[in-house]
Design a protein around this ligand. Structure first.
Ligand code: PXP
Length: 248
């Protein structure tokens, strides 16, 4: 069974809208776990727009499954990661103006910064994953940088319009996964996955983990976190009668 990492950043986004104490991403993580999440994912951005340092430290104490810290290779964030020691660190590119992570990390073009960051995290016993485009060359560079895993960005797949374009993006994900598995890398996927587009990704041989945030938290606002996660776990299986795609 493929693991589901639930990204609770958006819960912190609501809290930060008022610089208040609620809703607490830590509470959301507990409920997500009760709903069947196999891990909790948070992105400690340099601009601290949603997740705060306190969240990461408290989650380290309270997450009973796996804590995955998404992060840039900035020295300050790296120092926090080395202190917190998440089960996994996922290195992502970060731009201040972006709404969310846009595109994968250019590992091939940034080996000089990525490689030492991977080395320091691994030396601390942290499993390291690199968020990259579904491109065999980036998988090769990730292997060379010493990563344990790659997370292929599924934004291009989830934003594709029309059966042909969707099929092409799925084929890229499939080929990149086969290539990465051949290199001995673990394969994760994430970005833009939702209740309606997740199944074809689940069926790609070799995928071990999905990281999903926006669609789960959006549903959780209406039906509660525990139910939203349970429904995503069901959507990841072959038979899922609960969710109907809205008419377009
Ligand atoms: N994986 C990575 C590396 C991400 O940066 C994000 C967004 O924070 C996700 C997965 C989750 O994407 P979404 O919120 O679109 O499900």
């Amino acid at each position: 069974m493929i693991r589901l990492g639930v990204n609770v950043d958006h819960v912190a986004t609501v809290r930060q809208a008022r610089r208040a104490n609620e809703p607490d991403p830590v509470a959301a993580a507990v409920l997500a776990t009760l709903g069947g999440a196999d891990g909790i994912t948070v992105h400690l951005r340099e601009d601290r727009r949603h997740i705060q340092d306190r969240d990461v430290y408290v989650l380290r104490e309270t997450v009973t499954t796996r804590l995955n810290l998404e992060m840039a290779t900035a020295d300050e964030i790296l120092a926090i990661a080395l202190k917190v020691k998440p089960d996994e660190a996922t290195l992502v590119p970060e731009k201040r103006q972006e709404l969310t992570t846009e595109g994968g990390l250019d590992v091939a073009g940034n080996a000089a910064t990525v490689r030492p960051a991977v080395g320091r995290l691994k030396a601390a016993g942290i499993h390291v994953s690199l968020f990259i485009d579904p491109d065999p060359g980036q998988a090769d560079a990730s292997r060379a940088a010493g990563a344990d895993a790659v997370e292929f960005q599924t934004a291009s797949y989830s934003e594709a319009v029309g059966a042909d374009a969707v099929g092409r993006e799925l084929e890229k994900l499939r080929a990149a996964t086969a290539h990465a598995v051949g290199l001995g890398l673990h394969v994760h996927m994430g970005h833009g996955l939702n209740y309606w587009n997740v199944q074809p990704v689940v069926r790609i041989a070799g995928v071990e983990e999905l990281n999903i945030g926006h669609s789960i938290v959006s549903r959780a606002v209406l039906v509660g976190m525990e139910r939203a996660v349970r429904e995503m776990k069901a959507a990841m299986t072959e038979h899922y009668p609960l969710v109907k795609k809205p008419a377009t």
